[in-house]
Design a protein around this ligand. Sequence first.
Ligand code: XUL
Ligand code: CO
Length: 446
Amino acid sequence: MSRALFVGDKEYFPGIGQIHYEGPDSDNPLSFKAYDPDRIVAGRTMEEHLRFAVCYWHTFCADGADPFGPGTRIHPWRVSDDKMENARSKMDAAFEFFTKLNVPFYCFHDRDMAPEGASVAESEFNLETMVALARERQEATGMKLLWGTANLFSHPRFMNGGATNPNFAVVTHAGAQVKAALDATVALGGQNYVFWGGREGYACLFNTDTKKELDHLGRFLTMARDYGRSIGFEGTFLIEPKPMEPMYHQYDVDSQTVIGFLRQHGLDEDFKLNIEANHATLAGHSSAHDLQMAVDAGMLGSVDANRGNPQNGWDTDQFPMDMYDCVQNMMVILAAGGLGSGGFNFDAKIRRESTDLEDLFLGHIGGMDAYARALVIADRVVSDGKIEEMKAARYASFKQPDGRRFETGGMGLAELRDMAASSPEPELESGKQERVENLLNDYMFS
Ligand code: XUL
Ligand code: CO
């Protein structure tokens, strides 16, 4: 059954139809060259593997404004001075975009979808009103919600943080927003709920009680978990690590920091990680590293797919297109058995200088094709098994009886010492880094 590509009498992206797979030989920029939703790779369709999501904030809210100048893009869904009327037209534009792009999922912050009101109750009412409309649109289009979240960083009251704010009165507002955003996520059948630290961090150690703030964060997340479960949220709670921006120090620095925090607070059964490529690079890691750390802990939840700019450390949120990064990320994800209830959310924005409405499509098409290509290449790497075999061979000594005994706790430090003393100097064993890197190029380009 073919579905209407937009609702009502206004089409926000005229002249653009549904984007289809046309293959690598097509010269139509508004087509997929690699992303073929029904193509089977490693036993699943591309759509099932990649579970692409469009984010509301960069795509429909951000107009290109930066600290040096105002927005450059005109949003045709800004139709009046009435904020709720704009929220409705924005939603129509959003669902038209989702349908035309042919993605299965979307993600939103409460404030992306519904404007803040003059009171907590009015903000809740605004969100409930928009959620009711989103539900209708989801039913009409088949779109699903990958995750919802609350914006605890834009309003001036959150300048010193939300859950970690030194002022309890602000913490209550953070609680009110997260409660409403959880209600919204459940009402929309959201498969996950995300906490990104926002301003959960600090600027100056002299005026900050870090222990207290981190304890408050643990308490707050526990309350959110308990509330979510009490209203029937069965999905995964996700924390999205980021080391800085906007705060000088953010508490959720990287995968390993967050994993330790979740375990310390007994939250590791309900929470996993949402790894954003550009956040990992801000932390001085590759995104594949942060993904691997999450996989090793059994806590990989979802991905915010984007990239930074290699020339600076900022969170530039560009669309992914660096194939080495995409392939390395997909290798980790595929070897781990996939993303489960997570997906690839494009937390990415087109550049300030990209001012055509069509550019929103081009950015997403490029990102989707990049990860579709990466999936095919990663499948080649993983199913061939050569790189994995080389990795395993480096640890072969732990398959021998003494190595096994060391791993399983059957040995003390003194015995370890005696073995060193009674054995010849270990032979140098090459890590063969160049060999595996060359192999990766072979998989990518031959
Ligand atoms: C900010 C960021 C957020 C989260 C959701 O850097 O990544 O958009 O993904 O709050
Ligand atoms: Co993000």
